[in-house]
Design a protein around this ligand. Structure first.
Ligand SMILES: O=P(O)(O)OC[C@H]1O[C@H](O[C@H]2O[C@H](CO)[C@@H](O)[C@H](O)[C@H]2O)[C@H](O)[C@@H](O)[C@@H]1O
Length: 265
């Protein structure tokens, strides 16, 4: 039996009501570990239905922009999240963006393309050597997943790749939950959130995320914005909820407060 969720803390309820009353609201959400509970295989992740429904409703409201800001490649994000049509997308930890048909395609220089080949070869080598590790290719990077590996194999695979990448200044390393991320572009979610805010002319931003890569986004929030960390770990976010299962009630509160502010019945 699932335990009933604790009610949201009064301070968070009040912060949600406050941000809902802004002229143009940007609601930006991380996907894995936030909209979707973490699962063994990346391709099996799906948003919790109530979170997806709340996102869809928010995306239909006037003066409200929704965005998913993910470490996944855009194609992978679209496949698992099936985002509502108006939702803007950021993928590959900020290296890819979709904010409408005029979005620039991601282009790599010849040097970056060569570095990407080297990064992929390294990860392929590690997944061949260490059982249970999995490679996920992205347009400007590659992820080494070790969630399904033994602790020893996971650690050895990560050490192997880290050691090799240390000799290659064209490859940037990042970490996540049971994943090592290699990229040939030095992007982050904080830069993306700032760009989203400017493009949409948002007067306040709501962002929720669970991972270390989301800390760039929390750090990019401004006074009057609202950051919510999902789960445990150090954070710069002002508020925290326990797990993705607690996100629906937060988003549903935002929907009802926003509707009230916009006089939508
Ligand atoms: O920024 P996010 O949307 O949170 O994406 C971060 C990474 O998420 C995915 O990996 C994570 O979720 C998987 C599915 O639950 C899980 O199996 C894995 O262990 C997690 O690290 C995704 O596969 C990565 O590409 C994203 O960078």
């Amino acid at each position: 039996m699932t335990r009933p969720l604790a009610p949201l803390p009064a301070a968070l309820v009040s912060a949600v009501r406050h941000i809902a009353a802004t002229p143009h609201l940007l609601v930006a959400l991380d996907f894995d570990g936030t909209m979707a509970p973490l699962v063994a295989r990346a391709e099996d992740a799906r948003p919790l239905p109530r979170s997806a429904a709340a996102l869809a409703t928010l995306s239909s409201l006037q003066s409200t922009t929704t965005a998913l800001v993910s470490g996944r490649a855009l194609a992978s994000l679209r496949a698992v999240a099936t985002p509502p049509a108006p939702t803007l997308l950021v993928g590959s930890h900020g290296a890819e963006s979709w904010w409408g048909p005029d979005s620039p395609a991601l282009e790599l220089t010849a040097d970056q393309a060569a570095a990407l080949e080297r990064a992929r070869a390294l990860v392929t080598q590690a997944t061949t050597l260490y059982e249970g590790t999995v490679q996920e290719d992205k347009p400007s990077g590659v992820a080494l997943h070790y969630r399904q590996a033994s602790e020893a194999d996971g650690r050895a695979a990560v050490d192997h790749v880290r050691k090799m990448v240390a000799q290659d200044p064209a490859i940037y390393l990042g970490t996540g939950k049971m994943v090592l991320e290699l990229s040939v572009l030095n992007a982050n979610k904080g830069q993306s959130l700032t760009t989203l805010r400017e493009r949409t002319q948002a007067t306040a931003t709501f962002f929720a995320g669970d991972d270390v890569t989301d800390e760039h986004a929390f750090a990019a929030l401004l006074p009057g914005d609202l950051g919510v960390k999902v789960g445990q770990g150090e954070t710069a976010a002002g508020f925290r909820i326990a797990a993705p299962a607690a996100l629906p009630q937060l988003l549903e509160l935002l929907v009802s407060a926003r509707r009230e502010f916009l006089h939508v019945t």
